[in-house]
Design a protein around this ligand. Structure first.
Ligand SMILES: Cc1cc2nc3c(=O)[nH]c(=O)nc-3n(C[C@H](O)[C@H](O)[C@H](O)COP(=O)(O)OP(=O)(O)OC[C@H]3O[C@@H](n4cnc5c(N)ncnc54)[C@H](O)[C@@H]3O)c2cc1C
Length: 315
């Protein structure tokens, strides 16, 4: 999933040459698998990516970028072959002054900080990334310097631009998070559904009670609705359609809230068994929480949807 974010960042704003050079290195081959990491979040810049403090300064004499800062919560951070880092180049322009950079393998100055012990998705590596005078070639600015300079000029003149570096990446990857959430919800629902037909109390399967069957009906309906939202957004992204009604955010919001709802109720249907590590539902319940947090928490998705459908600068 960290690799997907980094690859999306490259493919949404990279030049054809950059995509050709770096995309294969982000994935490797079946015999030599590689990972990538996307580093936007910082200790003081989570939901508010415009607050990013990591700085990238251009050293014209050497045609190199010098990057300093601390990133946090990076999936595959520090263990990835290729890191993509969002940094501020023109801090006075806020998010419009940000750019994304490729950090090639084994670049001096990049190191892993704290690795986090997490509540769920524990097979995924999540860590801080420290950038201490990291120097990368000028060609590592994703999209190229000419295009970035044009964007900065537009921002200084107060003209509209096509969006900030981190936000463009998240837009493209939200349906993917939605798809993960649908999968997690489906696993828990199917387990609880089957369990409800086998577990007997009061002389009949627990699923024979409307109280349980209605819960399963709601779960199944929400999962199908979430899946259709994800399919629509994924189709739009694949076919280059803009999310004019925040369809990407809608899919991520609804699917992640559905995963939370469904795993919670699956655990309930399994009763005491659901609360133990002998059954898989408690793990899906822990895993589901992340979908409402990363790549924009649910509240942030609602802000985006609210702004899109009203045209108002809702805060
Ligand atoms: C396991 C994991 C993996 C991650 N992987 C990556 C990664 O690969 N790359 C990366 O860059 N980041 C990654 N993240 C970071 C993730 O994107 C952030 O955690 C997320 O954006 C939220 O930021 P925050 O944790 O600082 O919470 P905060 O921004 O502090 O938010 C805390 C709460 O306040 C709410 N809130 C904040 N602002 C508003 C508002 N304006 N209106 C209403 N509510 C608001 C939020 O919705 C949330 O409920 C990862 C995080 C985790 C936990």
């Amino acid at each position: 999933m960290g690799t997907g974010l980094a690859a999306a960042s490259l493919s949404t704003t990279g030049t054809p040459e950059q995509i050709g050079e770096w995309a294969p290195q982000m994935f490797g081959t079946p015999d030599d698998v590689k990972l990538a990491a996307f580093c936007a979040s910082e200790p003081d810049a989570g939901s508010d990516v415009s607050a990013i403090r990591t700085r990238a300064v251009y050293d014209q004499a050497k045609d190199e970028w010098v990057i300093n800062g601390v990133k946090t919560w990076a999936t595959n951070g520090g263990i990835a072959h290729v890191h993509v880092v969002i940094a501020s180049v023109e801090p006075e322009l806020g998010s419009r002054g940000q750019a994304s950079f490729i950090i090639p393998p084994n670049t001096p100055g990049l190191s892993q900080g704290q690795k986090f012990a997490k509540h769920g998705i524990r097979a995924s590596h999540t860590a801080e990334v420290v950038l201490d005078d990291v120097r990368v070639p000028g060609s590592c600015l994703i999209g190229g310097k000419d295009r970035f300079d044009e964007r900065i000029a537009r921002a200084r003149e107060g003209r509209r631009s096509k969006g900030q570096a981190a936000m463009k990446t998240f837009e493209a990857t939200r349906p993917t998070v939605g798809a993960m959430a649908v999968g997690c919800a489906r696993a828990a629902y199917e387990y609880a559904r089957d369990y409800s037909t086998q577990r007997e109390q009061f002389g009949r399967p627990i699923g024979d009670n409307q109280g349980v069957a209605f819960l399963l009906a709601d779960m199944a309906t929400r999962i199908d609705a979430a899946r259709l939202l994800v399919w629509r957004a994924a189709w739009m992204a694949r076919n280059g359609k803009d999310f004019t009604h925040a369809e990407g955010s809608m899919s991520k919001l609804y699917a992640s809230e559905t995963a939370t709802y469904v795993t919670q109720n699956s655990l309930r249907i399994l009763g005491g068994n659901g609360y133990t590590r002998d059954y898989p539902v408690e793990r899906w319940h822990r895993d589901a929480s992340i979908f409402t947090i990363f790549e924009g928490a649910s509240e942030i998705q609602k802000l985006i949807i609210g702004r899109t459908i009203t045209g108002l600068p809702i805060r």
